[in-house]
Design a protein around this ligand. Structure first.
Ligand SMILES: [Fe+2]
Ligand SMILES: [Fe+2]
Length: 211
């Protein structure tokens, strides 16, 4: 087979990103975390589950964008490799959340492109500030996402065990990603940065629950 040139690779990566933003993306490498696919019979509960999973799907688009931005401006090869590896694992989450939204009979958000762009900019800024800040930003993001997924676990209807299984597996993965970034030398962020991050994610979650 012909070896891919750098331009071919860049085009392939761009096509994958376009797919991700438009609600597609590569299939998960790991098995779907739920063996059941039942959806809540109450329409209100089903709508609520769909909204939460739509938020989580956009969250995973944001994760891809952050990693892309962070890898683009990372100073060292080592940190770039950490970012690329984490992004690959997150592709499973992207596929699982998209699949669960389809099982629930819902649609992915129309705002994926907007949040991809804003997250890419945030990631690239963190990367440009140096590797320790870059890794600290990754750790802080993963910690915030874990806490967010815990809240979703508490909020999902009891009748939706399948979504809960998906979210639980994601939560465990995110907690592991946070630890990896801390061990790699990530800086601990102050309260103000955390508050800004939370404000940004609140805008995303409020909008994408509906649209
Ligand atoms: Fe994730
Ligand atoms: Fe993660």
């Amino acid at each position: 087979m012909r070896k891919l040139s750098r331009a071919d690779e860049a085009i392939a990566a761009f096509q994958q990103r376009l797919g991700i933003v438009s609600g597609l993306g590569p299939p998960a490498r790991r098995e779907y975390p739920s063996t059941i696919t039942e959806v809540p019979s109450d329409p209100r509960e089903r709508r609520h589950s769909t909204g939460l999973m739509r938020v989580n799907h956009v969250g995973e688009i944001c994760a891809q964008a952050l990693y892309d931005g962070q890898a683009a401006t990372a100073r060292s090869q080592r940190v770039r490799a950490v970012m690329r590896h984490a992004a690959t694992e997150e592709l499973d989450h992207l596929d699982w959340t998209r699949r669960r939204i389809a099982e629930l009979g819902g649609e992915t958000s129309r705002l994926g492109g907007l949040f991809y762009a804003t997250s890419f900019a945030a990631g690239a800024t963190a990367g440009a500030l140096g590797d320790r800040i870059n890794l600290g930003f990754l750790a802080a993001t993963e910690e915030e996402v874990s806490a967010h997924l815990d809240r979703h676990l508490a909020s999902l209807p009891e009748s939706d065990r399948a979504s809960a299984s998906v979210v639980k597996q994601m939560r465990n993965d995110e907690a592991r990603h946070a630890q990896t970034a801390r061990h790699a030398g990530g800086l601990e962020f102050s309260g103000l940065t955390r508050r800004l991050m939370r404000a940004g994610s609140r805008i995303m979650t409020t909008l994408t629950y509906r649209f």
